[in-house]
Ligand binder design. Structure first.
Ligand code: BES
Ligand code: MN
Ligand code: ZN
Length: 500
């Protein structure tokens, strides 16, 4: 999608979209005089849309625009970057539904509400490009044609308080485009079925990314190396699969001058649950269980395109949790990379096992300054927070605060779970160091999973765990998200890196 910035509405586009605040007497206060005839028509028809989330379309003969879309923006003082993303995402979808492929619009004046022109630009590109996404490759040609993406949007940028000029806004648009396109890349990887997205496929994707940028180096640890290194937890999870496990490692910029920031992603290409098999209604979407690893890949892609000056490590812990004569049994005991023994209380608690080895290896090999892991780790996270929020667990209040703050500006929002000392013995084993299943009395499944992970990172490293079980994959359509993969994590971590 091409995004043009103009000082006025673009008469060459087929559709006019405009937003209206509740305070406006009519819908049209903010629209310039050039549109008089259109506006008279609307006024005559008493069309007033103001409440946030309302959207209205009208076609009127004899007008320059073939379709007019009015989006309610709510109260002026309640406008946020996220509301801007949503309003734009919704508009894109509405225009698409009506089979047009372009529109022109103005923007609400967020500079007045103390948002910088740069951040407004980012949110604008994100709302447009994320809303324009569709996973349509498996549909018949005729159906694809009906779901065509928009090819261009023209944005009017005029108001004096939107100064200094359109140039900071346009820098924001560029940054937002990189982040949104990386997010859409992740959505494609997560939406693709598990028969395609194997560990080999993810390796190919990572190699392709590395080949586009000389600053990215790739290393892949295959089964024989994983065995040699003693990654028994990861190997146990993959034992029932026909596909091999892989630890895929991307180094970006890693010049050895400064300790890197490491991102570690859970990459279960399919989670059947193993012998603790998932029941009906829980197994169907489990191709999404590699969303953490995909988000790591997408973040490295965005970081490289943004030219981030930090040293970064991205680790993708790829396995498949399947059943066969070779699969691990409940009650098996495995030994992790850091030497701790783990009893498999439940084969469906596999994410923490692959992360255990990946985290310990990452800390030992790269001594990062910060480690952030991303995982579709627990169903309990969806119970606690639903689909709109990433759960964060960390001992580092500063890291929580900065991720929470970039969560707010990026719209990929984060909320902390408690990590009190009372939880910390939840994962002790009876006949082994640890059990991957918490003792019954604890409940709090997302927190006890975090307690388990914490055994594999020492206190020397700042560490945060992000549970994206709800935020990464939606069972319903959003304003700029679609049903299915959302790409959660990419915006959050890209904004985080831009703030470092
Ligand atoms: N991949 C699942 C968690 C999940 C559930 C992600 C729903 C996305 C949507 C994870 O491996 C899992 O099965 N967790 C178990 C842990 C339990 C056995 C301790 C869970 O949450 O039920
Ligand atoms: Mn599982
Ligand atoms: Zn899983």
């Amino acid at each position: 999608m091409k995004i043009n910035v103009l000082p006025k509405f673009d008469a060459s586009q087929e559709v006019l979209v405009f937003g209206a605040f509740e305070e406006e007497k009519s819908n049209y206060d903010s629209i310039s005089k050039q549109l008089t005839s259109e506006l008279c028509e609307l006024e005559k028809n008493k069309i007033f849309i103001k409440k946030f989330g309302q959207i209205y379309t009208t076609r009127m003969p004899n007008l320059n625009y073939k379709l007019i879309v009015i989006v309610g923006l709510g109260k002026k003082k309640e406008i946020t970057l996220e509301r801007l993303r949503k309003a734009l995402g919704k508009s894109v979808k509405k225009v698409k539904e009506n089979y047009f492929i372009n529109f022109t619009t103005d923007l609400p004046d967020l500079v007045k509400n103390n948002f910088s022109a740069e951040l407004i630009g980012r949110a604008t590109a994100e709302g447009l490009l994320l809303g324009n996404y569709g996973f349509i490759k498996y549909l018949a040609k005729e159906k694809q044609d009906k779901k065509k993406s928009l090819s261009s949007v023209s944005i009017q940028w005029t108001s004096p308080s939107q100064s200094p000029s359109s140039s900071t806004f346009e820098i924001g648009l560029k940054v937002g485009r990189i982040i949104a396109e990386s997010t859409n890349y992740v959505r494609d990887l997560v939406n693709e079925p598990a028969s395609i997205v194997t560990s080999f496929f993810m390796e190919e994707q990572a190699r392709q990314l590395a080949s586009t940028n000389p600053k990215i180096k790739i290393k892949v640890l295959n089964e024989p190396e994983l065995k040699k290194l003693g990654m028994g937890a990861m190997l146990g999870v993959n034992a029932g699969s026909e596909n091999p496990p892989k630890l895929i490692i991307l180094e970006y910029n890693n010049d050895g001058k400064e300790k890197p920031i490491a991102f570690v992603g859970k990459g279960i290409t399919f989670d059947s649950g193993g012998y603790n098999l998932k029941p009906l209604n829980y197994i169907e979407d489990m191709k999404c269980d590699m969303a953490g690893s995909a988000a790591v890949l997408g973040t490295i892609k965005a970081a490289a395109e943004l030219g981030i000056k930090k040293n970064l490590i991205g680790v993708l812990a790829m396995c498949e949790n399947m059943i066969s004569g070779h699969a691990q049994h409940p009650g098996d005991i495995v030994k992790a990379y850091n030497g701790l023994t783990i009893e498999i209380g439940n084969t469906d608690a596999e994410g923490r096992l692959v992360l255990a080895d990946a985290l310990a290896y990452t800390e030992k090999t790269y001594t990062p300054h910060i480690i952030i892991d991303l995982a579709t780790l627990t169903g309990a996270c969806i119970m606690a927070l639903g689909y709109f929020t990433v759960a964060i667990i960390s001992r580092d209040e500063g890291l929580i605060a900065s991720l929470k703050s970039v969560g707010e500006s990026s719209g990929d929002r984060v909320w902390p779970l408690p990590f009190f000392e009372e939880y910390q013995d939840a994962m002790e084993g009876d006949i082994s160091d640890l059990n991957n299943m918490a003792t019954k009395k604890y409940h709090a499944g997302s927190i006890t999973a975090g307690v388990f992970l914490n055994k594999f990172v020492t206190d020397k490293t700042k560490w945060a765990h992000l549970d994206i079980a709800g935020s990464a994959y939606w069972t319903f359509e959003g304003d700029y998200n679609q049903k299915g993969a959302t790409g959660s994590g990419v915006r959050l971590l890209s904004y985080f890196l831009l703030n470092q």
